[in-house]
Design a protein around this ligand. Structure first.
Ligand code: C5P
Length: 410
């Protein structure tokens, strides 16, 4: 069982019949050693007495943004000391408030003010959860890194059945402890990850792309977030859930990917501490884009292509110091010697710190990987490292942490 000693958790309760479950969540957080600071919305108090929460946690229940007994701005003070904001239960209305960034009450202001991970455990009637308005809020919040804990399928208060039931208190506490209880060796770092394929449009209905699933980049983003980094994931078109506490930016083409990465890094490359280029960037794009569908003509056709910029190499060439740490990927065919030799060439050509080299037949689409790490700073390759993409991601992120130890903060 992961402990939470020394961690401060803001437990926010909103107005749902499941509010009583927040009491058990508070108790389980306390059992793991956390300090629990309760916040209740006005409607939560219709379902649960503040005395119950203050009695269990030994802390005052904060409900009023205008509480004159508190010095300074309550939402700022609470946000400053928080290691996690956990909303249990989260109503449909509250998700909409968060999605819109409204700050009309203490919890709304607090959600805008915190820099710690935010977890929500939704509870509502299945039709409310399934409604397009709620799902739009959920998608937006997920893309901003909010971690959703449930809801699950089951019976809800009205007796109806469906997805909308809050997950069990133990599962809430376990998920938060899993995140906060991991070593936070990347805390204070901003890690930028690219993932997935790029799609190069030819006309309104046709395009060139590749088989990259995005799994590796998403696994790295999730792992870096677990280790406390602020993570921005720039993803090509893949149907994949945004990992918890990761901010996602969607792109389509190589040129769009380059624009977004350059925007985030800024002209002096100070916008992130590391760039992990796990995206499978198309080497070529059609020389021209046709606004109308290209008609078939004759028996054969050929396609004129132009070279896409090498995004990583361009950033490597501009870098003047050790930051940002640059990690590239290489998908190669051949035996170990061939794969690592190609990777060595890429470390030099792209002026990056590490190339993660994969053997092509095993890396594409599947869930597991065998890889070698080829560093600019050492002659021998590290590997083979085999395992699921999550396991391999953990190795890459721990190597990144080691590289950071040698890199001054920008
Ligand atoms: O040269 P190659 O395509 O094998 O290099 C792969 C690495 O370079 C990956 O990290 C990939 O994201 C990056 N790359 C890039 N821009 C390109 C092609 C690849 O940044 N146009």
């Amino acid at each position: 069982m992961k402990r939470l000693d020394g961690k401060t958790i803001i437990l926010a309760v909103t107005g749902s019949i499941a509010a009583y479950k927040a009491v058990e969540v508070a108790r389980l957080f306390l059992k793991r050693g956390a300090r629990v600071r309760p916040v209740m919305t006005a409607s939560a108090r219709k379902f649960l007495g503040p005395t119950t929460l203050s009695g269990i946690t030994g802390e005052p229940v904060h409900a009023d943004m205008w509480d004159s007994s508190i010095e300074g701005e309550l939402h700022v003070t609470l946000a400053r000391g928080a290691d996690a904001l956990v909303v249990v239960p989260a109503t449909a209305d509250r998700l909409a408030v968060f999605a819109q960034g409204r700050a009309e009450d203490l919890l709304g202001a607090l959600a805008l003010c915190v820099s710690c991970p935010v977890f929500v455990a939704p509870a509502m009637h299945p039709r409310m959860w399934a409604h397009a308005a709620t799902q739009a809020s959920v998608a937006l919040l997920r893309s901003r890194g909010v971690a959703f804990l449930g809801p699950i399928h089951g019976q809800v208060a009205s007796g109806d059945e469906g997805v909308g039931r809050m997950i069990d208190p133990e599962a809430v506490v376990e998920a938060v402890a899993e995140m906060l209880g991991s070593s936070q060796e990347l805390a204070g770092r901003h890690v930028l990850v690219s993932a997935g394929p790029t799609v190069e449009d030819l006309d309104p209905v046709r395009f060139l792309t590749n088989r990259s699933s995005g799994k590796m980049g998403f696994a790295i983003a999730a792992q870096a977030a677990r280790k406390g980094a602020r993570v921005t994931l720039v993803a090509g078109p893949v149907n994949r859930a945004t990992p918890a506490n990761v901010e996602r930016v969607n792109v389509r083409s190589a040129l769009e990917l380059q624009t977004e990465l350059e925007r985030i890094l800024g002209p002096e490359l100070r916008g992130a501490d590391a760039l992990i280029m796990a995206a499978a960037v198309a080497d070529y794009r059609p020389a021209s884009f046709s606004d109308t569908k290209i008609k078939k003509q004759g028996e054969g056709a050929s396609l004129a292509l132009v070279r896409n910029p090498d995004i990583l190499a361009a950033i490597g060439a501009r870098r003047t110091g050790p930051s940002p740490v640059l990690v590239g990927f290489a998908l190669e065919t051949g035996d170990e010697a061939a794969v690592t030799a190609y990777a060595r060439g890429k470390v030099d050509a792209k002026k990056c710190d590490v190339i993660v080299a994969n053997e092509a037949s095993r890396a594409l689409e599947g869930d597991s990987n065998t890889m070698y790490l080829v560093f600019a700073s050492r002659d021998d390759a590290v590997g083979p490292i085999s395992g699921s993409k999550d396991e391999v991601a953990a190795v890459i992120v721990s190597e990144l942490a080691k590289l950071f130890e040698r890199t001054p903060r920008p």
